[in-house]
Design a protein around this ligand. Structure first.
Ligand code: TYM
Length: 327
């Protein structure tokens, strides 16, 4: 069975962009592939963060993944730092990765602007750690949102460079995009992201979701109720395609184009569907939180499974690069 790897940062509340762009797709893939999903805590320390809340955020993120359906009987969920071979392989990959490739990464450029006073090596090296995450398991497929495709491309290049220098070892992993690979924020412009303050949280209560949607940006070309709208330019419509049923999407699209329905009605329908889907996840989160130690056990057994694979691959890598000794 082909192997899948993907990861998510424990950097604050998980939002619906993470959910429809990645997590929901991860759940669908568990039946066809051997899936490994990771809470990437070492990636999250490349920007300023609150040390005292890190443990809570790691556990919260893992809880959400399991609540979404990534249960231990179907796939492996673990924490990156629990398998230190990820960072060990990163060092080796650093020695085959051209700095120029890292400097041209869009996310590095964006984060360098956002965190002007903390442009650290980790920020530049971020995609190499990501390549090590994927390749330490020799994963063939990586389900991510659109913003991560460039990083997965880089991991292909890292695999190529390593293989060319040391002999065929790693596959070139391929991106798998979901049907909603880029969700804009409630501002309707920037990508939905916790740091932009434009996110709808997966754990937001119904009234918060309703309020965030009520005030969210719609089609910029529709100023009055009587103007026909352009669903292809409206982020609310994109969200409908992710949360509503086919006949509802059809109804909204036709209604918007003909000015048959207004933005308020359209948002109310979306709000209902979103609340319905998220409330199931929220109920499961509550259930999991009532079982003390459950998530920790899931993460421990996940790490132990991953450690077995990672140790074997690191052995092979050390051998190939001439570092393995028989002393
Ligand atoms: P992260 O934590 O930023 O996001 C997790 C996943 O959510 C997707 N995503 C979105 N999809 C659609 N619309 C959005 N607005 C949106 N925002 C986020 C991301 O594309 C991602 O798939 N670098 C990765 C984590 C990582 C990783 C890996 C991924 C570390 N190692 C190895 C794959 C393989 C990241 O920051 O994801």
């Amino acid at each position: 069975m082909d192997r899948i790897f993907s990861g998510i940062q424990p950097s604050g509340e998980i939002h619906i962009g993470n959910y429809v762009g990645a997590i929901r797709n991860w759940v669908q893939l568990v039946n066809q592939y051997e899936c490994i999903y990771c809470v990437v805590d070492y990636h999250a320390i490349t920007i300023e963060y609150e040390v005292s809340s890190m443990q809570r955020r790691i556990l919260e993120t893992a809880t959400i993944l399991v609540a979404c359906g990534l249960t231990p009987d179907k796939c492996t969920v673990f924490v990156q730092s629990h398998v230190p071979e990820h960072t060990e392989l990163t060092w080796i990959f650093n020695c085959v990765t051209p700095i120029g490739e890292l400097e041209r990464m869009t996310q590095f450029k964006e984060k360098s602007k956002q965190h002007r006073h903390n442009i650290n090596m980790g920020l530049l090296d971020y995609p190499v750690l990501q390549a090590a995450d994927i390749l330490i398991y020799k994963a063939g497929y990586v389900p991510v949102g659109e913003d991560q495709t460039q990083h997965v491309e880089l991991s292909r290049e890292v695999a190529r460079k390593f293989n060319a220098r040391y002999g065929e070892t790693f596959p070139e992993p391929q991106v798998l995009l979901s049907t909603a690979p880029r969700i804009a924020g409630t501002d309707g412009q920037a990508k939905m992201s916790k740091s932009m303050n434009n996110a709808i949280g997966l754990l937001d209560p119904p009234e918060v979701i309703q309020e965030k949607l009520r005030t969210a940006a719609t089609c910029p070309h529709r100023e009055r109720r009587s103007d026909p709208g352009h669903p292809e330019h409206c982020n609310i419509f994109t969200m409908h395609t992710a949360f509503s049923k086919t006949d509802q999407i059809d109804h909204v699209e036709k209604g918007c184009r003909s000015a048959g329905i207004g933005c308020i009605e359209c948002k109310e329908l979306l709000s209902e569907n979103m609340v319905e889907e998220l409330s199931l996840i929220q109920a499961r989160v509550r259930e999991i939180n009532e079982k003390p130690g459950y998530i920790i056990d899931v993460l421990k057994s996940g790490a132990s499974r991953c450690k077995t694979i990672a140790t074997a691959v690191m052995d092979e890598v050390r051998q190939k690069i001439g570092i393995k000794s028989d002393w």
